[in-house]
Design a protein around this ligand. Structure first.
Ligand code: SF4
Length: 354
C-alpha cells in the first residue's frame, strides 16, 4: 500500500482493501464504492468534493489519506486530429511517462504505459533503449487514464472507451500492478470497461498469459511476433530465447480454446527483413489452421531507428499476399507519428531536462 508522508494513497487500494480501510475507520462498507466513484468516475482530488459523504467522513479521510492526481507535464496533439500524446510526472521518479489517446471513429482508446523503460530490449523499440528503470504502481497506471479522461472532458463530455496496454514497458512483467489496475478499470464503480474493451499486448511472457487464462479475465490478447523464424526473432526480440515461436503459437491456441477470443499477432514490418518471400510461407505455416489475426505495423522511425522503414503500399501488398495464403491480416493505421506517439516511439524523459 503506497503512502505519501504517512498518508494512504486511496488510488493504490483495491476495492477490497478500500472496504477494509473504511471499516477500520468505523464507517459502513458501502462507503468504499461511493469513494471509488469519486476517485475514478468523477476524478476528484479533494475530499471536500465528495458531497455524499458526511463532514465527519471527509475529515477522517483527509486526516489519514491522500489522492495523487498528477497533471500532465505536456500534451501534444497530432496535426491530423487522431492522436494526442501525454507526458505524466509522478512522485518518486524524475522521469516523465508517456501515454497516448487515439481516436478511431467512435472509439477513444487510451494506450497506457506499465513500466518506466523496459527490460526486454526489442530492436525496433525506443523504450528499449532506456533499459528497465522500474514498474509503475497501480495508481500510476490508473493516473494515466484519469488524466486522459480529464483531457477528453475538457473538450466534450466523452470518456475513454477502450484501453490498450501497449505503451511503455511489458505489462505482463508487472503482473501484480497490472492486475490491480485492471480490476479498477473493469469495476462498475471504477472505469466500468468490460474485457472486450481492453487489450493487453505482450512480447510473450508465457507464465503471465497462463495467469490471464486461469483468472478468466476475458481481455483481448495481442502477442508481438515480429519475426517468422526463431533465428530472426532471437535478434529482433531477445525474449525469444526464453519463449520461442512454437510456445507462443501453442499458448495462443489455448487462449482461444479457454476464452473464445482470437489472439492478435502483432507484426512489425521491417522492410527486407520481416516481409521477405520466405516470411509469407512461414507465417502461413505457423498461423493457419486456428482462429487468430495478424496485425501488420509499419516500422516507425524512433531515435536512431531510421532504416528499413516501409511504404504503406508495400505493407498493404504484404497483407494481401498473406490474405491469399488464408491469414486474417490487417494493417494498423499508424497514428501519432508526427508527435512521436506511434507504436515503438514512446519513451520516458528525465523531467529535469524537459
Ligand atoms: S516493444 Fe514492448 S516489450 Fe519490446 S522493448 Fe518495447 S516496450 Fe518492451
Amino acid at each position: 500500500m503506497e503512502t505519501t508522508a504517512s498518508k494512504t494513497d486511496l488510488r493504490d487500494l483495491s476495492i477490497n482493501e478500500l472496504e477494509q480501510f473504511i471499516l477500520s475507520l468505523g464507517e459502513k462498507k458501502f462507503r468504499a464504492r461511493q469513494i471509488y466513484k469519486w476517485l475514478y468516475q468523477k476524478r476528484v482530488d479533494d475530499f471536500e468534493q465528495m458531497s455524499n459523504m458526511s463532514k465527519h467522513v471527509r475529515q477522517q479521510l483527509s486526516a489519514c489519506c491522500s489522492i495523487q492526481k498528477p497533471e500532465p507535464k505536456y500534451i501534444l496533439e497530432s496535426k491530423y486530429g487522431d492522436a494526442v500524446k501525454f507526458g505524466f510526472a509522478f512522485n518518486n521518479t524524475s522521469y516523465i511517462i508517456e501515454s497516448v489517446l487515439l481516436f478511431d471513429d467512435k472509439r477513444r482508446t487510451a494506450c497506457v504505459s506499465s513500466q518506466i523503460g523496459c527490460a526486454l530490449g526489442c530492436s525496433f523499440c525506443e523504450t528499449a533503449k532506456l533499459g528497465f528503470i522500474r514498474n509503475l504502481t497501480q495508481q500510476e497506471i490508473l493516473a494515466q487514464l484519469i488524466g486522459i479522461n480529464d483531457y477528453l472532458c475538457s473538450k466534450s463530455d466523452k470518456l475513454v472507451t477502450n484501453v490498450v496496454f501497449m505503451g511503455m514497458g511489458e505489462a505482463l512483467s508487472n503482473f501484480a500492478n497490472f492486475r490491480k489496475a485492471l480490476e479498477v478499470i473493469m469495476h462498475e464503480d471504477g472505469f466500468n470497461l468490460g474485457g472486450r474493451r481492453i487489450t493487453v499486448s505482450t512480447a510473450g511472457v508465457i507464465p503471465s498469459i497462463e495467469r490471464l487464462i486461469n483468472e478468466n479475465l476475458n481481455v483481448g490478447l495481442a502477442i508481438s511476433l515480429n519475426a517468422w523464424n526463431d533465428k530472426l526473432r532471437d535478434e529482433v526480440m531477445p525474449i525469444n530465447k526464453k519463449y520461442n515461436i512454437a510456445q507462443l503459437v501453442k499458448i495462443a491456441k489455448r487462449y482461444f480454446e479457454k476464452t473464445g477470443r482470437r489472439v492478435t499477432f502483432e507484426y512489425v514490418v521491417i522492410d527486407g527483413i520481416t516481409n521477405t518471400p520466405g516470411a509469407k510461407k512461414s507465417l502461413s505455416k505457423l498461423l493457419s489452421g486456428f482462429p487468430c489475426k495478424i496485425n501488420l505495423i509499419p516500422l516507425n522511425t524512433a531515435g536512431d531507428i531510421k532504416e528499413n522503414t516501409v511504404s504503406e503500399d508495400k505493407v498493404l501488398q504484404f497483407s494481401q499476399e498473406l490474405h491469399k495464403l488464408g491469414l486474417a491480416a490487417t494493417v494498423r493505421k499508424s497514428r501519432g507519428r508526427d508527435i512521436m506517439g506511434a507504436c515503438g516511439q514512446l519513451t520516458a524523459y528525465d523531467a529535469t531536462t524537459v
